[in-house]
Design a protein around this ligand. Structure first.
Ligand SMILES: Nc1ncnc2c1ncn2[C@@H]1O[C@H](COP(=O)(O)OP(=O)(O)O)[C@@H](O)[C@H]1O
Ligand SMILES: [Mg+2]
Length: 310
């Protein structure tokens, strides 16, 4: 039976409470059942992200694969749909799915992530090219990002009144405009939904492949918000944050083939939302050691920088 990584168990229980603890207790049995169902044997150390465990396995014919089991949360329902649609183009291949268990058998690639590459321009180029490649027409049945615009609007208003925050009113007004202009009118393209460097893995079939999509439909420039926000943590040491952000936008939008101003506005909105998310929930995972105030200050600086054309 697999041993559930301690940090993963702790994180799940902290976030999900009693239902998280019950699922963690059941997880080794779920993995055993799936190994049997798909005729696989474990083949390496169990990995994890924030919501799922990844068990390296070998299939009956000896092919390496990766078994992923996610916490049963509505946000994790459409991951196999997105991977199925990409069918290996820019993303790992889906070999099998067990929706009853929030589980998938995936093509296994090297464990190295784009986060380890270290060069900001390469990171932005790779993420941009992938964003372009992944933007295929989205079929009905996937959640539409535009349907979240009302919720974003309400949340912005509620946040602005509930929290003492560092954002000038101009920054808040521009974010509200973006919800109206960009949020409500979005194309029906497949959007990864969580495109950051730890979800981009080194591969052989293509140089880099994505994992861990949310699988929603909307504007590919939405993903730029995740890319740039996460990338900011790699730019902390830069003397001139403004210049580094400008450069990231340039390189990303060029590689992605997206309109630069549209990307800037999505990034501004996502940065404002991050400020309030951190005020409400704390710093979140993997924030390069930043505490809540550190995340608020950094995301706030990004939001301000992006409020005007840069
Ligand atoms: N198909 C795969 N092949 C090899 N390693 C993988 C694969 N999928 C995920 N991983 C590893 O597991 C980590 C977490 O996977 P991910 O799908 O992002 O989980 P989560 O949804 O919890 O974030 C990745 O960063 C990567 O290191
Ligand atoms: Mg992940």
């Amino acid at each position: 039976m697999i041993e559930v990584p301690e940090a993963f168990a702790r994180g799940t229980v902290a976030r999900e409470g009693a239902s998280g603890a019950a699922w963690i207790a059941e997880l080794p049995h779920i993995v055993d059942e799936l190994l049997e169902r798909w005729h696989c044997v474990p083949d390496g150390r169990v990995l994890h992200g924030g919501v799922g465990v990844i068990v390296p396995v070998r299939r009956r014919d000896g092919t390496p694969a990766a078994l992923k089991v996610s916490f049963p949360h509505p946000g994790n329902v459409h991951e196999p749909d997105a991977l199925e649609l990409w069918d290996g183009r820019g993303a790992v291949r889906l070999r099998e799915r067990a929706d009853d268990r929030f589980a998938m058998l995936l093509e296994r690639v090297a464990g190295t992530t784009l986060a380890e590459c270290g060069d900001p321009d390469t990171m932005m180029t790779v993420a941009g090219r992938l964003s372009r490649r992944l933007a295929v027409p989205a079929p009905p049945g996937l959640p539409r990002l535009r349907e979240r615009a009302d919720e974003w609007d309400d949340q912005l208003h509620a946040d602005a009144t509930e929290f003492v925050h560092p954002l000038p009113s101009r920054v808040m007004a521009v974010a509200a405009d973006s919800v109206r202009d960009l949020g409500r009118h979005q194309p029906d393209l497949l959007v990864h939904g969580d495109l950051h460097a730890r979800n981009i893995l080194r591969a052989a079939r293509e140089p880099w492949l994505v994992v861990d999509p949310k699988g929603c439909a909307g504007d590919p420039a939405y993903d730029a918000g995740t890319v740039i926000k996460a990338h900011l943590l790699f730019l902390l040491a830069e003397d001139d944050l403004g210049r580094a952000v400008r450069r990231s936008l340039d390189v990303f939008t060029d590689a992605a083939g997206l309109d630069r101003d549209r990307v800037r506005r999505w990034c501004q909105l996502r940065a404002v939302q991050t400020v309030f998310w951190a005020l409400r929930h704390g710093p979140g995972r993997e924030r390069a050691g930043l505490d809540r105030d550190g995340v608020v200050a950094l995301a706030g600086s990004l939001a301000e920088l992006l409020t005007e054309e840069i």
